[in-house]
Structure formats: C-alpha cells, structure tokens
Write a protein that binds this ligand. Structure first.
Ligand SMILES: *Cc1c(COP(=O)(O)O)cnc(C)c1O
Length: 352
C-alpha cells in the first residue's frame, strides 16, 4: 500500500533568496537591479494588446533572437532564448551533459548547478576554489563530461581574466564548456568574443540583472549554430512555447536602448566602488567584486548576527549557512540612497 511513494523523484531543491512583501524595505538580497527597465519597455508594454494572448507565441522567439543576434554580431541561429537563464542553463545541462564522465564546476559557485546535476542524474565533481576564492584553471585540465562556471563567479563576484577562460576552453575541445555570464556587464570581458573560434563554447547571459527585468524571466545562450540547434531540439522535445509573447516583445525592446543600459550599469559600478571603500572603513574584507554585489565578512561581528540585525531594520541581504561562506554577507549593490541607509545602520550597529 502506498508504494507509489517509492517512485517519487527525491530532490533537494535550490533555495532562492527571500522576496519579502512590503514597501519600506531595502532589498539587497537577490542581485536585482535597483533601477527600472528602459523607458522603451514601458511604452511597448502599454501597446501590448491582450487580444493577442489568444494565440500561441512564436515558438522560435524570432523577434528576440534576431535582436540579440544583431546586438552581438552573431547569426540568428547562434542565439537561444529561454525563461530566465535558469531555464537556458537547465536546457543546456540536459542537452550537453550526457557523458558517464563527471561534469566539473567549482565547489563554491551558483548552487543551482548541483541541483540540476542531481535532478538530471548527471555525474559531477566540484574542484575547490583556492584560499582567495579563485577558480584554479588547472583543475579543469583533465578528463570530464563538460564544464560550467560563472564569470564573474557567484557568490564571490571574482572575475577570471579572459585568457584563463580561454585556456580552460582550449584544453577541453571534446566537451561543451558553459560560461555563465549573469554578471558580466558589471565589469569583466565577455567570452562572446571567443565563440567564433570555439564551437564547443556556450555563453549564457540574462536580462535579470544588468537589464532590470528579473520579473519578465528572460535569459539567452550564445554559441555555434550546432550547439544552438541541439538546444532547440531538446526544447522542442519538452516544451515548445517556453517564452510568452510579452517577454519576447519587451525583451527585444530592452536591447534597443544601449544608452540607458550603459548609464544604468555605470551607476551600479560607481556605487559598487564607493561601497567597497565604505565597507573597508567599517572593518569588512571581501573579494574584489566585478559583479553587482559584494561578498563581505566583518573582522569581529559574525555574519549571521549582522544578517539578523539588518533584517530587523528591514534591510535584506543574503546569508549562506555553508562551510567557508558562513561568515560572509552577499550584499547587492542598490541605489546610492539604499547603500547610504545600509552604511548608516552598520556604522551605528558596529560601533555600539
Ligand atoms: C541570477 C543568476 C542566474 C539566473 O538568472 P535568471 O533570473 O534565471 O536569468 C544564473 N546564474 C547565475 C550565476 C546567477 O547569479
């Protein structure tokens, strides 16, 4: 009786950051962009006709893939779009990681990789970051079933120079190497420039951070047409209509306003650099982030205590209760005003 329970897939799900309700809170816990999407997105939204919801959306997602292809100087068949980069990455795991050899990704990195590997029953190994939280490229110069890492890495914010990224790719011509560039617009050089030379390289990016559209759920992969074709085959074997019509239209609109995009990203970079100085002054240390967050530990006050004290004041940051991470807070770079409120609180709390 009840033996059906034995056949339920047991998984340990990814735990996303909290989305607290309410207006008067400072939300620096999920790396969202503090600025709104570009004005063109608002305008295009007003022009969407709900009568068009009657029909299925374009399964090929053409308006968005074409806009992205033009933006990156790639062919249309080198772009795959999905429901956030989480959807794109999950599709990539299913499509490319089918070897009995282990897939490799850093032990400290985006925690969803492990969840997908478990869900899809993909063997994996997790080489350790060094004592400075850096990826050791040599750890990836061995037999494996595929490689994935974020650059900049999460939750450290550290960027690996492009020549090191290229070395990992060139040493692994027989597997697909995925570079997850969720944060690349905040500082580092993108591996997109390597795509023409490495048919086994897939670069994944998202509209959730630098383009202020986490709520629309738009992500994309760029690579050789062979990789993109393979991902489309998997998508069409699973769910043909992943992207809804408004996301396609509004996503395409967001790509058109380069000036707004650059301004917004620049503001966040400036606020981040100011925040580094403030944090240092307050007794924090941190890897030198190139992302829209800072991963900081205080010299005397435990991270968990700070996390709870901040939360009481409705300031939300991210805390990871895990080995090597549990004395750090991951603080998203918000507006200048939000950061000022954060520092005011920290100043008072730490000096009391
Ligand atoms: C935020 C993030 C993603 C997922 O973003 P989506 O909102 O699903 O596009 C993927 N990888 C890393 C490293 C991230 O930080």
């Amino acid at each position: 009786m009840g033996l059906w329970k034995n056949n339920i897939r047991k998984v340990e799900p990814y735990v996303p950051g909290e989305q607290p309700k309410g207006d008067h809170l400072i939300k620096l816990n999920t790396n969202e962009n503090p600025y709104p999407p570009c004005p063109g997105v608002k305008k295009a939204l007003e022009n969407i006709n709900s009568e068009d919801f009657r029909k299925y959306p374009d399964p090929a997602c053409s308006i968005l893939t074409e806009e992205l292809a033009e933006y990156f100087h790639l062919e249309n068949d080198q772009v795959f779009v999905g429901v956030g980069s989480d959807d794109v990455l999950a599709t990539a795991f299913m499509t490319f990681f089918n070897s009995p050899k282990p897939v490799l990704f850093p032990d400290i990195s985006y925690s969803f990789y492990k969840v997908w590997a478990e869900l899809f029953r993909i063997p994996y190994e997790t080489p350790q970051l060094d004592s400075n939280f850096s990826i050791v490229p040599e750890d990836y110069f061995r037999e494996n079933g595929g490689i994935i890492f974020p650059n900049p890495n999460a939750p450290t914010g550290l960027f690996m120079p492009l020549d090191k990224v290229e070395e990992i790719i060139s040493r692994n011509p027989d597997v697909v190497v995925i570079v997850d560039e969720a944060y690349i617009d905040f500082g580092g050089d993108s591996a997109v420039s390597l795509i023409s030379r490495y048919p086994n390289l897939l670069v994944v990016q998202t509209f959730s951070k630098s383009r202020s559209m986490a709520g629309m759920r738009i992500g994309y992969a760029l690579g050789s047409s062979l990789l993109i074709q393979a991902m489309n085959d998997v998508k069409y074997s699973y769910n043909s209509y992943t992207m809804n019509m408004p996301s396609l239209i509004l996503g395409a609109e967001a790509v058109k306003d380069e000036e707004y995009f650059q301004d917004t990203v620049q503001k966040i970079i400036e606020t981040r650099e100011e925040a580094k100085k403030e944090l240092k002054r307050l007794g924090f240390s941190f890897p030198d982030s190139m992302a829209n967050f800072i991963f900081a530990a205080h010299k005397s006050c435990p991270a968990r205590e700070l996390f709870q004290a901040l939360k009481k004041k409705s300031i939300y940051v991210r805390y990871f209760n895990a080995p090597r991470l549990d004395n750090y807070l991951r603080i998203t770079v918000g507006t200048k005003e939000e950061m000022k409120a954060l520092f005011q609180f920290l100043e008072e709390y730490l000096n009391k």
